[in-house]
Design a protein around this ligand. Structure first.
Ligand code: HEM
Length: 148
């Protein structure tokens, strides 16, 4: 079970990452180029949102199978940088990133005009991307490669 969940979570990261990068780049182009907020933009933002939420659900299940997540002795977990990362830091940072993506997408629906919609996506998705990059590299795993 751990193996399947791990592979799924590890693999889905590519979809989350590339959808987020492309959506953010297009949002910046739309914002500074005064481009219309197209159906394509909306669909890509939705793909980013859905894949991120799915990644969170997979992560939450994986959390209970991973040998790197330990609650039995929290004092010891907090002293070990690997256990602390997977038990506390990874989940915290990724949930913040997912919240930012959710806010960016929600604000893009309520924006008064197309520039405002692009701006919300560019800023919130951009911040989420930054957090995800920092989180993955801090965990000592390759950003775009499978570790085990
Ligand atoms: C946007 C959200 C997330 C992204 C992009 C993400 C990304 C990743 C990546 C890249 C790995 C390493 C995979 C590898 O080494 O090949 C990983 C592992 C893991 N993630 Fe996430 N994750 C996210 C959310 C979460 C959440 C919310 C949880 C927990 C509730 C979680 C729990 C875990 C666990 C337990 C591992 C495996 C550690 C191990 O056993 O090696 N993830 N995640």
């Amino acid at each position: 079970m751990y193996g399947i969940l791990f592979q799924a979570h590890s693999g889905l990261r590519f979809i989350v990452f590339f959808a987020l990068v492309i959506a953010m780049i297009l949002a910046f182009i739309g914002w500074f180029g005064n481009k219309p907020y197209s159906k394509g933009n909306r669909i890509l933002n939705l793909i980013t949102l859905i894949s991120t939420h799915l990644q969170i659900v997979l992560g939450l299940v994986l959390y209970f199978y991973s040998p790197y997540v330990k609650f039995s002795n929290m004092a010891a977990t907090m002293k070990d940088s690997t256990l602390r990362y997977w038990t506390v830091e990874h989940i915290a940072m990724m949930i913040v990133a997912a919240v930012l993506i959710t806010i960016g997408n929600a604000k893009s629906k309520r924006g008064l005009n197309d520039t405002a919609k692009h701006r919300s996506v560019a800023i919130f998705f951009g911040l989420a991307l930054l957090i995800i990059i920092v989180a993955i590299t801090q965990g000592g795993r390759p950003l775009l490669g499978v570790s085990h």
